[in-house]
Write a protein that binds this ligand. Structure first.
Ligand SMILES: [Zn+2]
Length: 272
């Protein structure tokens, strides 16, 4: 039996962080690690960093030059005070309209979750707030492959009304496998996906998704007032949080993952 306290709603790969649902839980330092071999200052949550590296290695197949010569990290995990500083600096430099369009308020930034990464095409001059990550060449190849590794382009132009953030072709968010693929297939922003998932109550009405020959089931559980108990015994129960922390590079993801949605409940993902 998995027992989840109120705080667990605010943690996990699928947390929705935006104006309406600010970050409620700070990621522990031990769950962060460098996202790039040559840019040790850019940190991400451990699992998302592992998956980003798998994705970059996949893109490097058949290319003689290092992928890091073409794609570089611009910004990963930020503390709240770093986010405040970026916001204030941009206010001074770019004014309020620009800043509110492209820079999230402190505690409303996905960068504070460790699950987001800003990427740039490697050029002489890289704009920190709006780096270039074009819809062509190696950057587009990244987009074509990313869902396979659990990443989505978080702020698309056509979803601006829903996300309340201007188009950010450089900002990628880890949501995990197979969620990124499902969101892409149905054209949903994370805001929409979190609502959509609520119809699939766990376990009886879970959503089924095939990735190759692997069958995934995804279900939603509404959080109880204090403690939410989820019976996972028939799926080979395991403490997914502990496992995630220990996830080494190259290791397979656990069969059952539980993520809070940062709104009102949990999403259970299990592979059969
Ligand atoms: Zn970003």
């Amino acid at each position: 039996m998995q027992k989840l306290d109120k705080n667990s709603i605010f943690q996990g790969n699928l947390i929705l962080v935006n104006q309406n649902y600010p970050l409620r839980c700070t990621i522990a330092a031990k769950n962060l690690c460098p996202a790039f071999k040559y840019q040790s200052e850019i940190l991400m949550q451990r699992e998302s960093a592992v998956m980003l590296n798998k994705l970059l290695r996949e893109l490097n197949k058949g290319v003689s030059e290092e992928i890091n010569n073409f794609i570089v990290g611009v910004s990963g995990y930020r503390t709240k005070s770093e986010q405040e500083e970026i916001f204030d600096d941009s206010l001074k430099e770019n004014g309020r309209e620009f800043t509110e369009k492209y820079v999230a308020f402190p505690d409303q930034s996905e960068h504070q979750t460790g699950l987001a990464i800003d990427l740039a095409e490697n050029r002489e001059e890289i704009d920190f707030i709006r780096p270039k990550f074009p819809y062509q060449g190696i950057c587009q190849k990244f987009r074509i492959k990313m869902a396979d590794f659990g990443f989505i382009e978080r702020y698309k132009k056509e979803k601006q009304k829903i996300t309340k953030i201007g188009a950010e072709p450089w900002h990628f968010r880890y949501v995990g496998v197979p969620h990124a693929e499902i969101m892409q297939r149905y054209g949903m922003a994370l805001e929409e996906y979190i609502v959509w998932l609520k119809q699939f109550s766990f376990p009886d009405h879970s959503f089924t998704w095939w990735k190759g020959d692997r069958e995934f089931k995804i279900g939603y559980v509404k959080a109880e007032e204090t403690l939410t108990k989820i019976d996972l015994s028939q799926y080979g129960e395991q403490g997914q949080e502990d496992k995630k922390d220990d996830l080494a590079e190259g290791e397979e993801l656990p069969d059952i993952q539980i993520s809070g949605n940062n709104v009102d409940g949990f999403i259970i993902t299990y592979a059969q």
